[in-house]
Write a protein that binds this ligand. Structure first.
Ligand code: V55
Length: 225
């Protein structure tokens, strides 16, 4: 993911979010990779010696689409991991609501071998989905793992043979398309919302959300009538 790709993804996701023809977003890779992560030359080396503010600028579009836009996307999102998935690729992977991998996909946190920490939100993405033991193991060793192992660790929902990947993803997308889009949006926001909360805070937050959602649905129905 180069700075140019990151800028383009911000635009593409913006356009799809307001396009009524888009009901579910599937994020996948072209060719034999899901994503190799952040472009080492264009993203990292080109920033060596850059002033802090300039380096932040280069990073901004990456962080916007790979986390904020995807995690809060107005429609359900599925990461379809078709192949190689390394380092920085873990952020958009975890930002998607659901993830399906090919059994044959190869995952890895190779940062340790480059002398860097999995930065951006990569370490956070691992800890948010994998157990602390698994996250620590793969971050410290840089060992790779396949789609089956990713599913077993719950980094992805499931893993299927590569030949079945599109079919299974389309089947899942269809299930999501058949739900009420407003309800599905409210549900995904609620799930993300309660993650950092206590039960007490959740009662309060979900109660307020449920009331405001019910009232906006009543208004929408009234406008239709
Ligand atoms: C990484 C590091 C970053 C970043 C995204 O995986 C990914 C490493 C140091 O910044 O913004």
């Amino acid at each position: 993911m180069s700075p140019a790709l990151n800028d383009e993804m911000v635009e593409v996701l913006d356009a799809l979010e307001v396009n009524d023809d888009c009901k579910v977003l599937v994020l996948t890779g072209n060719g034999d990779a899901f994503s190799a992560g952040m472009d080492l030359r264009e993203f990292f080396r080109a920033q060596d010696g850059l002033p802090y503010v300039k380096a932040m600028r280069v990073r901004r579009s990456a962080h916007i689409w790979q986390w904020a836009q995807l995690a809060h996307f107005a429609k359900p999102t599925i990461a379809m991991v078709n192949g190689w998935c390394f380092g920085g690729a873990f952020t958009p992977l975890v930002a998607c609501d659901l993830a399906i991998a090919a059994d044959e996909a190869t995952f890895g946190l190779s940062e340790i071998n480059w002398g860097i920490i999995p930065g951006g939100a990569v370490t956070k993405a691992c800890v948010a989905t994998m157990s602390l033991r698994d996250a620590m193991y793969y971050i410290l060793t840089g060992e790779t793992f396949d789609g089956k192992k990713a599913a077993q660790m719950r980094l992805v929902n499931e893993s299927v043979p590569k030949a079945k990947l599109r079919e299974r993803t389309a089947e899942l997308a269809k299930i999501l398309m058949d739900k009420n889009p407003h309800t599905i949006r409210a549900c995904k926001e609620a799930v993300r919302g309660v993650v950092p909360m206590s039960f007490e805070e959740s009662f309060d937050y979900l109660g307020a959300r449920a009331r405001s959602f019910a009232s906006s649905m009543t208004k929408a129905a009234a406008r239709k009538a």
